[in-house]
Design a protein around this ligand. Structure first.
Ligand SMILES: [Zn+2]
Length: 336
């Protein structure tokens, strides 16, 4: 015979946890064998009350039970249409009067052994709990670290401030301790902390290289190993020049008359400001090498290679135009 835990606790299926608790307390006192007498019936009732409370006070077991009960009630209500009363089917005399065994079998086909279902479900939950408690490796963390070309060539040490999230060490992610909200994580179950890393980036590293920091990922769960941290190294190319190995490639713009007459240009290099001499009659695209003005490294220092780019003025004044015409005429006479 199926036990209806709600009936046992004399409550409705819509009762709150508070009502379930108080019903249990009242009935447990009433049916305690010390009070009600140490008879088999009392002990059986007392056991049922405890069983009912054990199931109904556990949220997940209650949900399972409610589903099973609903299904059972549904199956039973469907069956009662096909049969008389339950007492009749159990009455051995009725067998002769009606083809009850058949109905009885049918009933059995409908009957749902929810007690077995619940114990199976409970076993499954325990197994899942065990799985939950199994050690799990923490997640890997991926992040970028930006370095300059100079740092890429020479190697560097970068300090990285990383936000790490881990299960709350006080409540182990359960959010509550003895029914109270965990103060350590404010009931979030996890805590985030900044952790500083000093990462050595080797000389000559290529753009998009990955550096693995073993065990610096998220903390493992239930004693599982921590994940790893992967740093992707991004080499930031400078805006106003390019690099080629240890050499720095730079373009300077000069006017047509500076190209013809020559000039001095102030140029910033890694070693400081230098004066670059543009020789007279410099062609467009001509390259000028500044020795030792490139990137310094253990294996030597590169050069700066400057490309002269002659800029034709976009707009000129009437006076300038007159002077260009004069130049043109001079040139025409020269070739005569
Ligand atoms: Zn906590």
């Amino acid at each position: 015979m199926t036990k209806d835990y709600y009936k046992i606790l004399e409550i409705s299926e819509f009762s709150t946890q508070e009502e379930i608790k108080s019903a249990y307390r009242r009935l447990a006192r009433k049916w305690h064998p010390d009070v009600a007498g140490n008879t088999d019936d009392v002990i059986s009732m007392f056991k049922s009350i405890n069983e009912a409370y054990e199931i109904l006070s556990d949220k997940s077991r209650k949900t399972d039970y409610d589903k099973a009960r609903k299904f059972y009630n549904y199956a039973r209500s469907n069956n009662t249409k096909n049969m008389n009363t339950e007492s009749k089917t159990t009455n051995p005399n009725s067998k002769r009067e009606n083809p009850e065994p058949e109905v009885n079998n049918k009933k059995r086909g409908f009957s749902f052994n929810w007690e077995e279902f619940l114990s199976r479900k409970h076993a499954q939950n325990e197994l899942n709990k065990e799985k939950k408690n199994a050690p799990q490796k923490g997640a890997d963390i991926h992040t970028n670290v930006e370095i300059s070309v100079f740092e890429a060539i020479n190697g560097t040490t970068k300090v990285i401030n990383m936000l790490q999230t881990q299960l709350c060490p006080k409540c182990a992610g359960r959010k509550f301790i003895n029914g109270q909200t965990c103060h350590h994580c404010n009931g979030k179950g996890e805590v985030s902390n900044y952790k500083k890393f000093s990462v050595k980036i080797p000389a000559g590293i290529k753009n998009n290289s990955k550096i693995r920091l073993s065990g610096e990922g998220e903390k493992g769960i239930n004693g599982g190993a921590s994940g790893d941290m992967y740093l992707t190294v991004i080499i930031i190319e400078p805006k106003n020049y390019k690099t080629e190995g240890l050499n720095i490639l730079k373009t300077v713009q000069i006017t047509p008359y500076d190209a013809v007459l020559g000039c001095d240009i102030k140029l910033a290099t890694l070693q400081g400001n230098v004066s670059l001499k543009i020789a007279p009659n410099t062609r467009n695209g001509q390259k000028i090498r500044l020795n030792g003005c490139g990137i310094e490294s253990a294996s030597g220092t590169g050069d700066m290679i400057v490309t002269a780019e002659i800029q034709i003025p976009e707009q000129i004044s009437a006076e300038e135009a007159a002077l260009y015409r004069q130049l043109k005429e001079l040139n025409a006479n020269k070739s005569k």
